[in-house]
Design a binder for this molecule. Structure first.
Ligand SMILES: C[S@@+](CC[C@H](N)C(=O)[O-])C[C@H]1O[C@@H](n2cnc3c(N)ncnc32)[C@H](O)[C@@H]1O
Length: 407
């Protein structure tokens, strides 16, 4: 996408966020904020069907064997997504340890799925993780995988864990923790927050769950589809776009504008996702998050995230095998059709002094097109005091955080 198109989309979203509709919604949000455990009577009852569609979809996702995963048309994309998550986990656990080396870290992994990040938390040497997800079967699989990890760890260091099956956009998670007075150093929500943007009450409940037990100075980070990118790609199509591995179809009338909540679209990704999701207007998300004492410290589309971190985490890119070798080594075939490597071919051909054994790392255009639908973000929890009306007033903790790329 060109910068001008992106800028235009961002300006559009800015103006929407400043609109009366949002101001009213945000005012309601602020008014209700002190009473987060109660559904506001002004809120229309949240629909049950969408949550059950999402839960049923993820519950029925089959566990893939290693061989199947290796032969998947999105093998490198999955690895790349895992790299992004690993980097986020590493970066923010490091940031906490920079200030307090010996601190035992407690984590909430919200929308955890089958526990795709179980071993990442072990590598980050955290103390305790609460895993929560709406899909009961996924939570059971997560627990089984944790038990298997424990067995493999054989008395070595592994965090303790608890598992909660609940709709995190409707339930009060704090009531479900073993210790309701627990406080987290980190909350991670990977590829899941957008499901709560079905309605304002759901987004608020999700943010309450994320923020209420997060310590001041603690971090909330995650990954979501970038709504600006989706809107921009859809404007260049007839409302449905994609390639051989993904397809997105907007399910609302764009002529009437982009809904701030409930901006539903169908997302199909080869063998992984095939269910409706919701656009997250990032400006609105940031504004809403600030009501919960969450200050944005980093955001980047995946392409920029890669630029920001590829140097420091190069070894991990190689270890996780995020890129395909081009030209393919003898006896190996490219994962996609040759025409999806035109960019790599041109670069390869322009390279001087290359030998027969030299290779470059690349990704098929289809996979990269999906990777660049996503963005990563990080917030820091502010310190709270209470005003005379009992409302929280947030301010920065004493030690200022480093802002790397707050676009
Ligand atoms: C794409 S998966 C990501 C799973 C995991 N975070 C990962 O990165 O592997 C999205 C997850 O969000 C969960 N989810 C969707 N809506 C949810 C909700 N309202 N409450 C809790 N989990 C939800 C789904 O069940 C699914 O497991």
């Amino acid at each position: 996408m060109s910068h001008t198109t992106q800028d235009r989309e961002e300006k559009y979203c800015d103006s929407v966020v400043e609109s009366t509709q949002v101001k009213k919604a945000m005012k309601r949000s602020a008014d209700d904020h002190n009473d987060d455990n109660n559904e506001s009577p002004r809120q229309k009852p949240a629909t049950e069907e969408h949550s059950s569609v999402v839960a049923a979809h993820y519950n029925h996702l089959e566990e893939k064997g290693l061989r199947e995963r290796f032969n998947s048309p999105i093998y490198y994309l999955r690895n790349f997504n895992n790299w992004v998550k690993s980097v986020l986990i590493q970066e923010y656990t490091d940031k906490i340890r920079e200030k307090d080396y010996g601190r035992s870290l407690r984590v909430l992994d919200i929308c955890c799925g089958k526990g795709g990040d179980l071993s990442k938390w072990q590598k980050a040497r955290v103390e305790h993780v609460v895993f929560a997800d709406i899909a009961e079967v996924s939570v059971q699989q997560c627990q089984t995988r944790y038990d298997e990890l424990r067995a493999r760890t054989r008395g070595g260091r592994l965090y303790s864990a608890e598992f909660i099956a609940a709709d995190c956009s409707k339930a009060t998670l704090r009531d479900k923790y073993r210790d309701p007075s627990i406080s987290f150093d980190i909350v991670s929500c990977q590829f899941g927050l957008h499901y709560s943007f079905e309605s304002l009450p759901q987004a608020r409940r999700m943010l309450t769950n994320i923020s209420e037990c997060l310590k001041p100075g603690g971090y909330f980070f995650g990954t979501i589809p970038d709504a600006y990118e989706i809107v921009s790609r859809s404007k260049k199509s007839d409302g449905s776009f994609g390639n051989r591995i993904y397809n997105i179809k907007l399910l609302f009338d764009v002529e009437k504008g982009y809904p701030l909540f409930g901006g539903k679209y169908d997302f199909h990704l080869e063998g992984v996702v095939d269910c409706p999701e919701f656009l997250v207007n990032f400006k609105l998300f940031t504004k809403l998050a600030s009501d919960y004492g969450l200050e944005l410290i980093y955001k980047a589309r995946f392409a920029d995230f890669f630029k920001d971190h590829s140097e420091k985490y190069r070894h991990l890119l190689q270890k996780i095998v995020c890129f395909e070798s081009y030209p393919p080594p003898p006896g190996k075939e490219l994962i996609a059709d040759e025409k999806e490597y035109e960019h790599a071919k041109q670069y390869w051909e322009s390279k001087e002094n290359k030998t027969e054994r030299d290779r470059i790392g690349t990704m098929s255009t289809s996979e990269w097109e999906v990777a660049t639908v996503y963005m990563a973000f990080a917030f820091r929890k502010l310190k709270s005091t209470w005003d005379s009306n009992g409302k929280p007033v947030y301010s920065k903790p004493r030690e200022e955080s480093q802002t790397t790329n707050k676009n």
